[in-house]
Design a binder for this molecule. Structure first.
Ligand SMILES: Cc1ncc(COP(=O)(O)O)c(C=O)c1O
Length: 420
């Protein structure tokens, strides 16, 4: 069954996808067996999407997400790191079909707003499976989340902690620490987290305020392929645990956030390599009682499961001496490809002319904003035969696209999406 969104066939399955019960072990085993049958060239064109595109009539641009592949990625992760509780980062792709599928497999959910909390609740996810993971929350949203039954909250400042003590009394709280995000293609540094020494004092304070000082979190940056960054952060976490314990408070949990990759224009470590690094680091730094482990994957779960089908609007030159063609697509920075900012995320692109001669291009979106250039510094080459009207597939676009898409910039509709 499939559902389209945003101007296609909106909300068709939103009501009938509710989860009524947690998965049992047999369901999970069956799902693992099914996932094993799926072809899994990470970052390629998923076969089910390729087949679907042969007959589908879609608006352009449109994101197509293979929910079987979402399931496959989730199961790969829990196979590699069974000791972790997975909290899917809803912000990566909040399509109801994705939430429902992951919920049926037993996932928990990391949410950033009341909108995401209510979305998960509507899909039948019990509030105890939600974390309000944004460190920047309105007091009234904390109160509403608490009234809905959410009991797990992030913070990284004293002011936020006081809000939590007042509006979420007794809740489990974890403090996000600053890490430098070195090596990440989409860093999340500076804005989030506080220094470890401050985190230690805040956790002790949380305990005094009657909150349950549960543990700490960090995020080593999204699309983080330098595995050493996890060990660096866990080393910091260990010192912090000791500091807080010396002040009489026993922390119990480490949340290593996300950072697990999609496969864009270059190879990335396997999920097993991430799992082994985290496991080894925890074993080294916490040789006795290991803390509970939380992971909050977003990109890894949905990125490679999605493909944007787009169309060439114009191919042009700016002058006789122009060696690079300008290729304008009907999708750009304002239709979900925001992570091309500073050319950070480099998507793979396929066209109907692949295999023929190629020439270098500057790739741009369709809007009247000169910031809407996708790749100018990066060496992108596309088939010389490419012309207006040709379809273009942008691979591994399942994460952080639909949610970044503007509503009607330049009068163009937001990125449509369909789950198959
Ligand atoms: C708090 C938090 N957790 C998890 C994630 C997911 O990260 P990733 O997509 O790298 O897995 C994000 C991404 O912004 C985040 O802000």
């Amino acid at each position: 069954m499939l559902t389209m969104k945003r101007g296609v066939n909106a909300s068709k399955r939103q009501s009938d996808s509710a989860i009524s019960k947690a998965p049992n072990a047999l369901q999970t085993l069956r799902a693992i067996a099914r996932a094993g049958e799926l072809p899994a060239e990470r970052g390629g064109l998923p076969p089910r999407i390729a087949q679907y595109l042969q007959t589908a009539t879609l608006p352009s641009p449109c994101l197509i997400v293979d929910v079987e592949l979402v399931e496959h990625n989730y199961l790969d992760l829990i196979r590699a790191l069974p000791e972790a509780s997975v909290f899917y980062a809803v912000k990566a792709n909040p399509a109801c079909e994705i939430i429902a599928r992951l919920a049926s497999l037993g996932s928990n959910f990391d949410t950033a707003s009341m909108g995401e909390i209510d979305l998960c609740l509507t899909q039948g996810v019990e509030p105890h499976r939600l974390s309000f993971g944004n460190t920047i929350k309105k007091q009234r949203d904390i109160a509403t989340a608490f009234s809905r039954g959410v009991r797990l909250y992030a913070f990284d400042s004293e002011a936020e902690l006081e809000k939590l003590a007042e509006s979420a009394p007794g809740a489990k709280v974890f403090c996000r620490i600053l890490v430098d995000c070195e090596g990440a293609e989409w860093p999340l540094s500076r804005k989030f987290g506080c220094e470890a020494a401050m985190a230690a004092s805040l956790l002790v304070r949380a305990n005094e305020l009657g909150l349950d000082a549960y543990g700490i979190s960090f995020h080593v940056g999204s699309q983080q392929t330098d595995l050493r960054q996890f060990d660096k952060a866990i080393t910091q976490a260990n010192a912090l645990f000791a500091d807080v314990a010396a002040r009489g408070v026993q922390l119990r949990m480490i949340n290593v956030g996300g950072g697990f990759p999609s496969r864009y224009n270059r190879d990335v470590p396997t999920i097993e390599a991430y799992a082994n690094t985290i496991r080894a680091s925890l074993a080294q730094h916490f040789p006795g009682q290991q803390p509970e482990l939380i992971v909050e994957p977003g990109r890894y779960i949905v990125g490679d499961a999605g493909v944007i089908q787009s169309e060439v609007v114009l191919v042009s030159h700016k002058g006789g001496g122009d060696v690079r063609r300008w290729v304008y697509l009907d999708v750009g920075k304002f239709h979900g490809l925001a992570e091309t900012m500073d050319e950070a995320i480099k998507y793979r692109i396929t066209t109907v002319h692949d295999g023929g001669p190629t020439t270098p291009v500057i790739l741009a979106g369709p809007t009247c904003d000169s910031a809407d250039i996708l790749y100018e510094k990066t060496d992108y080459r596309l088939p010389t035969a490419l012309k207006a009207g040709d379809k273009v597939l942008i691979l591994s676009t399942g994460a952080y696209t639909t949610t970044y898409s503007s509503i009607a910039f330049n009068g163009m509709p937001p990125l449509a999406s369909v789950c198959i």
